[in-house]
Design a binder for this molecule. Structure first.
Ligand SMILES: Nc1nc2c(c(=O)[nH]1)N[C@H]1C(S)=C(S)[C@@H](COP(=O)(O)O)O[C@H]1N2
Ligand SMILES: [Mo]
Length: 253
């Protein structure tokens, strides 16, 4: 409890009123995942509750040495502008093609929802912010794992820059393909949850999510969405696609 209070009440995070009531996990009821009650997602109840009970909210996923870096396949969508690859979105694919052609100079990350100062960030803006590099193991739900080095800005720093409102509970990540995802504040504010623009010391390659992808090191691979275009902070949980397509919303590792 006191850990969470510390984690969530740091300077600068709130752009609205001082009360943090909406963010604190108070009592057992709040330890249930937002998917509670969905019969198809009963497993979430156990994994979410157990993980939250067993692990500190700030506990770090293991980090590796440079010598541990392995090859990593680009999977799922490998280029959102290609109609034949992965989860192509006809509404976003052409935009992605145009931005890619311009070396992402015109790309912006929109940040909106329950925030005091909605706005957008260019790649250069994000690269000027707090930077974190981490070498971690990616674990895909299909069974393979790979180790890579990721460099980016903590989601926390971006949320501090826009100021989340005290009622804010979830952070949604929207992409240039048909993939989207959301995190609760514990995972969104975790120090290893970063928006990565670098991989293994270079710019993030297209196949791995250029120009910006999420890295959520304490959850399974599909939560680390690639090709980001928009972040929406919400007060209530909305299914961004996991549940209607049969996946768990919470999948801690
Ligand atoms: N936008 C988007 N993000 C995505 C995917 C995708 O198809 N589209 N695939 C997910 C899955 S299942 C995995 S395992 C990882 C793969 O990351 P990689 O292509 O960098 O190996 O990205 C995840 N993020
Ligand atoms: Mo995956």
């Amino acid at each position: 409890m006191s850990d969470q209070r510390l984690l969530l009440s740091r300077r600068g995070l709130f752009g609205g009123l001082a009360s943090a009531g909406g963010l604190l996990l108070t009592g057992c009821g709040e330890q249930l995942p937002p998917t509670y009650g969905n019969i198809l997602r009963m497993g979430d109840n156990l994994t979410y509750t157990m993980q939250r009970a067993l692990f500190s909210p700030t506990g770090l996923a293991r980090e590796y040495d440079r010598s541990d870096i392995s090859s990593m396949p680009a999977t799922g969508t490998y280029d959102p502008s290609r109609a034949d690859g992965g989860l192509y979105d006809p509404a976003q694919g052409p935009d992605y093609a145009r931005l890619h052609k311009g070396d992402f100079a015109d790309w912006r990350l929109q940040v909106e929802g329950s925030v005091a100062r909605p706005g957008s960030f260019s790649l250069a803006d994000l690269q000027r912010m707090h930077r974190r590099t981490q070498i971690t193991r990616h674990m895909c739900e299909e069974g393979w794992t790979a180790i890579a080095e990721w460099t980016g800005v903590p989601v926390r720093s971006v949320l501090e820059a826009v100021g989340i409102k005290p009622s804010a509970r979830y952070v949604e990540f929207h992409t240039f393909d048909l993939m989207a995802n959301s995190l609760d504040m514990i995972d969104a504010l975790h120090p290893q949850t970063i928006l990565a623009y670098g991989m293994n010391g270079r710019n993030l390659p297209i196949g791995h999510g250029a120009p910006l992808r999420l890295r959520v090191e304490r959850q399974i691979g599909y939560k680390s969405v690639k090709f980001l275009r928009k972040i929406v902070v919400t007060d209530v949980f909305r299914d961004t696609g996991d549940i209607k397509s049969g996946w768990a919303w919470y999948n801690g590792i």
